[in-house]
Design a protein around this ligand. Structure first.
Ligand SMILES: NC(=O)c1ccc[n+]([C@@H]2O[C@H](COP(=O)([O-])OP(=O)(O)OC[C@H]3O[C@@H](n4cnc5c(N)ncnc54)[C@H](OP(=O)(O)O)[C@@H]3O)[C@@H](O)[C@H]2O)c1
Length: 223
């Protein structure tokens, strides 16, 4: 399967690229606003994977080209820019039936910590669904994973990630994709209207990390 990670030059994009490249046989393409930056990052990820004993190829190109040839597109983009990115993909006419997955969370910070700031649609995931063409399935996942821990291939993972999608078949596709990541358990959490509850856990986790030594990369597990 062809997996594109737009904004794959950033933190969560890097983490997801490293894990999908090391744990699956999918073809991974890093997308960026700058194709040269994406290529450079892709080479750096390959080198780090190679140092870890994983010989694999990662592609790097601009966001639209990455999405055009993908089956699944992860939008690893800051929340305030994810809408523009989906709009650009639509304008470039590259979206047909690719599955879009949003990990984005709206937050703002003050001296106490981070606070959940969803858009007026209720959540960033629902905003992405609103922006995307009707033919394009949208899901939310990976919101509560810690980028640094994903990117550190020496780190053993034991975390859950919640999956939201309106269509149960779309949810199943995301669960199947994610279940291949060692130590990441995907858990369906209902339709997109439940995304705000999922997204709101992220600032909580970051605040826990801030106020507790040794919990830098804290995640969630449900039992
Ligand atoms: N970091 C985490 O641990 C984590 C965990 C879970 C979820 N998330 C969510 O995942 C999303 C990305 O987080 P991140 O920490 O990876 O962000 P980031 O590193 O700050 O940015 C990711 C990428 O977004 C692209 N970007 C920046 N400004 C843009 C713009 N104006 N338009 C289009 N693309 C732009 C950049 O790629 P180019 O410059 O190459 O285009 C950048 O490398 C956020 O919504 C965040 O809430 C993050």
């Amino acid at each position: 399967m062809e997996l594109a990670i737009l904004g794959g030059t950033g933190d969560i994009g890097e983490g997801l690229a490293m894990r999908f490249a090391s744990d699956t046989a999918h073809t991974i393409t890093i997308g960026s606003r700058d194709a040269a930056k994406a290529s450079e990052r892709a080479r750096a990820y390959e080198d780090r994977l190679s140092a870890h004993g994983v010989e694999t190829e990662i592609n790097g190109t601009d966001n639209s080209s990455a999405a055009a040839s993908a089956d699944v597109v992860i939008l690893a983009i800051p929340p305030h820019h994810v809408g523009d990115t989906v709009e650009e993909l639509t304008e470039d006419d590259v979206l047909s039936d690719q599955l879009l997955i949003s990990p984005a969370v709206g937050m703002s910070g003050d001296e106490d910590g981070l606070h959940y700031r969803p858009p007026s649609t209720g959540s960033v995931t629902e905003f992405v669904a609103q922006q995307a063409p009707d033919s394009v399935p949208v899901a939310g996942a990976f919101h509560n994973l810690a980028a640094d821990r994903l990117a550190d291939l020496e780190a053993t993972l034991d975390v859950d990630t919640l999956v939201v999608a309106d269509d149960p078949e779309v949810s199943d596709r995301v669960v199947t994709l994610t279940a291949d990541l060692a130590g990441v358990r995907p858990i369906p959490a209902g339709p997109l209207s439940n995304a705000s509850e999922v997204e709101s856990l992220t600032p909580l986790l970051i605040n826990i990390a801030r106020y507790n030594e040794g919990m830098h990369d804290v995640g969630v597990t449900f039992s």
